[in-house]
Design a protein around this ligand. Structure first.
Ligand SMILES: [Fe+2]
Length: 328
């Protein structure tokens, strides 16, 4: 339809304001009766009313200026602005299927600086409990040479680290042939992308090789969760721990996460095991946990206050219980 004239619009809007609940046809009849010199027919008047209410089709909604008489403002705004999809990343959680009620979570292995004893204990516990899933919760490899810190060129390279991790995955699949094995990326995996973005941004294109492309993970049915997506197991969110800015590990990492996440959460990243429980005003209990690492003390902080632990998770009727098992 052609855009209504100023006079047609003014009279129609005045009548809508006067009788905001009246039907469009009723208003149109009144307009045509009172102003036959302005509207050629009842239908012509009804079309003008529909235009100002934002009901005259997408094209008309794009040209509408005065939004004060619109009934469905959401619809009109969507057509008028027609904003493209936001350039944000997919943050949908990876939701573990309910059938999986027992599993192991461990992270911060930092191959090739791993703590073998801690790894063996976690696997042994998983075998004893007949787990159905195994989550490697970030920083599986150290990715030392992609670090932004000062580097020792004599340290093992990425190829060596990936080889170690791949052999570990092969052995893990042997021990748990039917379990879900999930590798969530932490900040050390993300170092790979960060390095490319920083030093070769033109080569960092959609479809270019990513860290997980180096390993034939599909052959072992290992699933990857990256881009800071969380894993949800029952009522528990699992994050690596670097997904929030500002850190959380100064005193009690679990309490730090409690203040940030405000829901049941388990993290790695801080290399220190801790737990914190709090009650909301509604009486709901929120539980947060941080796991220790699966690696030896690292050169940048050889005497740091760190420990090793893994989590045994057991879900009953949607509630996930965490047994944070420290390794001495
Ligand atoms: Fe980390």
């Amino acid at each position: 339809m052609p855009k209504p004239t100023q006079e047609q619009g003014r009279l129609a809007k005045k009548l809508i304001e006067e009788y905001p609940t009246a039907g469009k046809l009723t208003l149109a009849k009144r307009l045509y009766r009172d102003f036959p010199q302005v509207y050629s027919s009842v239908e012509a008047a009804r079309t003008v009313i529909r235009y100002h209410k934002g009901e005259q089709g997408e094209q008309s909604r794009r040209s509408i200026i005065d939004l004060s008489h619109v009934d469905d403002l959401d619809k009109v705004l969507a057509d008028k602005f027609a904003l493209p999809e936001p350039a944000v990343m997919d943050r949908e959680p990876y939701i573990l299927p309910k059938a999986n009620t027992k599993g192991i979570v461990m992270g911060d292995i930092h191959f090739p600086y791993q703590n073998n004893k801690a790894i063996y204990e976690a696997i042994e516990y998983g075998v004893k409990k007949s787990i159905s899933y195994f989550i490697i919760n970030g920083d599986a490899i150290d990715n030392y040479h992609s670090s932004r810190f000062t580097k020792d060129p004599k340290k093992p390279d990425l190829d060596y680290e990936l080889e170690m991790f791949w052999q570990f995955l092969i052995d893990l699949r042997d021990v748990f042939p039917n379990a879900k094995i999930i590798w969530k990326f932490g900040n050390h995996e993300e170092r790979y992308d960060t390095y490319w973005k920083q030093y070769a941004p033109l080569l960092y294109a959609p479809g270019s090789e990513k860290l997980d492309d180096y390993l034939p993970l599909g052959d072992l049915n290992v699933e990857v969760v990256k881009d800071k997506r969380r894993i949800t197991v029952g009522d528990l969110n699992i994050l690596h721990g670097h997904e929030y800015t500002g850190g959380a590990g100064q005193v009690n990492p679990a309490r730090g996460m409690f203040l940030k996440a405000r829901c049941n959460t388990l993290v790695n990243h801080f290399h220190r095991s801790s737990s914190h429980k709090g009650r909301t005003t509604n009486g709901d209990i929120i539980r947060c946990y941080s796991l220790g690492s699966m690696c030896a003390p690292q050169d940048y902080s050889p005497y740091g206050d760190q420990d090793c632990s893994f989590g045994y998770l057991h879900t009953v009727e949607g509630v996930t219980y965490v047994n944070n098992r420290e390794v001495e």
